[in-house]
Design a protein around this ligand. Structure first.
Ligand code: C2O
Length: 639
């Protein structure tokens, strides 16, 4: 046997003697490539979820965080590693943690969706997640999968190649920097989540953040908030691992005087793409190289949200900024304390103490995002898998808003208090099953409760001009189209089925985009377009050669996107919009992937430590719901 190099780890790591299979695979790989693989390791973390006070904008707010940090701790692993995260819930809320984008191969039990894959971790309870990181590298993230609490419970999840940074399919960067775009909320997020799910809308963040810092566009009694500062050495290359952890908005990111070369998206390598602006929707990640090749000085890094223009309801949104600061610039120290005096780009570079500000796209510019996403293609790489050419199952999912009567069968429709606004796919809004056993467990043990599910319709109840802007404001025209039902919508797929989904955004009551996220699988993004999808001309535009591979696909405002994926990971997988208000209003469904013919294509039994209703003395089904009601948390729209 080869002697294995033992990797020194920054986090607590130990060798993994039991992972014989992984090791064999690693050695086979080693022999076939001649490169030196790192030994598989177990990366362990302890996540203590608790409430801490943080002060911004002159106000102390109680926030729920992991290990007292916002953003939470980054998990850094090497492809092939195992991860154990011990979650200790010291918060008053039911919690689960989802590993966003981690494929969880044959490991749906650890996917972290309350009542879909597991019981939530109750206050003063613990749970250990065990993950295997195979066949993926790049930037992912983790977040609580509890309505709205993910605003403060999130962090980066970085997977490095097994053969080290020199095996990146791009020049090796000098440093790698997570850039997490988020929001600062002064509201009780658990309460907001509950209210949103019950038709009481309109809650907004108070600020936006880069790596948890509000930046100098915000102040407390005239004193600017701290901003994130990236110190750079001239000539060096930085790999920014950008994550949008915000609940509500897609963001544009720019650094004055610098260009990005995008090299990966959602932990899949892309053909290097050079641009001065990144577009990133909630749930997405973008890896981009930045070379510090500008004259010495200080340059603002600005994150600005976009939103659909009028007649869409306009919501308060905030631009935030940090700074890129050259080591040889003459003005070190704190970030510029005033937003005035910043030079706009193109004025001939930095002068003296004034940082350069980039020119940002307009708030209502959504087309820059459309082109950004449309310009990316995947890079041929040893891991790339082929796009399925034959399709077994087709879904046409129309994404919109709709309403149900608050009480009873009939009510005054339109913009009245008698209806609850919901978000839908094909006019059905998702609600959690009325059972105390999570769906995955019920599915695995063939429990009866599975009978109360409803099949996700393959197409909308009727075709109409989906993207007619006249549908956006409340009025008689769309009232006919939006009445909605609520159900636990699932769609079953035979193991190995090649599935094509056309997502169609609509103008029903809003003209938003929809970042659609699928758990447990990556999707090939074959094409996107504006207006209504038209198979007779749009199929010809499908990229079957090098389409982008994503876990979160942005379906453009008043447009569509076609994806394909192979349903080959058995389990019960959530699929939903990653805008929190859409998710908490029910824009979600569950994809059930059946077992394959052999053991290695079937979901293994739940892990030994799994939280089970009947078997955990501390857990009584009633308490589960009581706890939920008491704390005011709804996981999604069903309580
Ligand atoms: Cu990042 Cu189901 O979510």
């Amino acid at each position: 046997m080869q002697s294995k190099p033992y990797k020194v780890a920054t986090m607590k790591r130990r060798s993994l003697p039991a992972a014989a299979a992984a090791l064999t695979a690693a050695i086979v790989f080693f022999l076939s490539t001649g490169a030196l693989p790192a030994a598989s390791a177990i990366v362990e973390h302890t996540f203590v979820v608790s409430q801490v006070k943080m002060k911004h904008l002159c106000k102390e707010t109680l926030v729920t965080v992991v290990n007292g940090q916002l953003p939470g701790p980054a998990i850094e692993v090497t492809e092939g590693d195992s991860v154990a995260v011990h979650v200790i819930n010291k918060s008053p809320y039911n919690i689960t943690i989802h590993w966003h984008g981690v494929k969880q191969w044959l490991n749906c039990w650890a996917d972290g969706v309350p009542m879909i894959t597991q019981l939530p971790i109750l206050p003063n309870h613990n749970f250990t997640y065990r993950l295997n990181i195979t066949g993926q590298e790049g930037t992912l993230w983790w977040h609580a999968h509890v309505a709205f609490l993910r605003a403060t419970l999130h962090g980066a999840f970085i997977i490095r190649p097994r053969h080290g940074a020199s095996s990146y399919p791009f020049p090796k960067p000098h440093r790698e920097i997570p850039i997490i775009i988020g929001e600062w909320w002064e509201l009780d997020l658990a309460q907001v989540g509950w209210n949103m799910a019950h038709g009481f809308l309109f809650y907004f963040a108070s600020a936006s953040t880069i790596n948890g810092k509000l930046g100098d566009l915000f102040n407390c009694s005239g004193v600017a908030e701290d901003g994130y500062v990236l110190d750079v050495e001239p000539g060096e290359t930085y790999l920014l691992r950008v994550i949008n952890a915000a609940l509500f908005s897609e963001y544009y990111l720019k650094i004055a005087g610098h260009k990005f070369t995008v090299v990966a998206a959602d932990a899949n390598y892309v053909t290097p793409y050079t641009t001065d602006v990144l577009a990133i929707a909630p749930g997405e990640t973008v890896d981009a190289l930045v070379v510090a090749d500008a004259p010495p000085g200080r340059y603002y890094m600005v994150a600005k949200p976009n939103q659909a223009p009028l007649p869409d309801t306009q919501t308060p949104e905030y631009t935030t900024r940090g700074m890129v600061q050259y080591s040889n610039s003459n003005s070190h120290g704190a970030m510029q304390r005033s937003s005035r005096g910043a030079e706009e780009e193109g004025d001939g570079g930095p002068s003296g103490d004034v940082p350069v500000a980039p020119e940002m796209p307009d708030t209502h510019d959504t087309i820059t995002s459309f082109y950004f996403h449309g310009n990316l293609t995947s890079l041929r790489h040893q891991r790339s898998s082929l796009v399925p050419v034959q399709v077994d199952e087709r879904l046409f999912l129309v994404l919109g808003l709709g309403s149900i009567c608050r009480k009873g069968q009939s009510c005054k429709r339109g913009d009245t208090n008698e209806t609850i606004l919901l978000a839908t796919m094909n006019n059905v809004s998702f609600q959690l099953p009325a059972m105390t056993t999570p769906l995955l467990e019920a599915h695995y043990y063939h429990t009866n409760g599975m009978g109360t599910l409803q099949e996700l319709p393959n197409r909308p109840p009727r075709a109409f001009n989906f993207t007619d802007p006249a549908l956006i404001p409340y009025g008689p025209k769309e009232e006919r189209l939006e009445p909605t039902s609520r159900a636990t919508m699932v769609r079953r797929f035979r193991h190995g089925a090649a599935v094509e989904v056309v997502f169609q955004s609509t103008g029903i009551l809003q003209g938003d985009s929809n970042p659609m996220h699928l758990h447990g699988h990556d999707m090939f993004l074959l094409a996107q377009g504006l207006g209504n999808y038209d198979a007779s001309k749009d199929v010809a535009r499908y990229n079957l050669v090098n389409p982008l591979v994503k876990n979160t696909v942005v379906v453009p405002n008043l447009g569509w996107a076609t994806v394909r994926f192979v349903a080959n990971n058995p389990g019960v997988w959530f699929m939903h919009c990653h805008y929190e208000f859409h998710l908490s209003m029910g824009m979600a469904a569950v994809f059930i992937v059946e077992d394959g013919p052999t053991v290695d294509k079937s979901l293994p039994p739940p892990p030994a430590n799994f939280l089970t209703c009947g078997h955990d003395d501390n857990l009584v089904p009633d308490e589960l719901y009581l706890q939920t009601k008491k704390s005011g948390v709804s996981w999604i729209n069903g309580v």
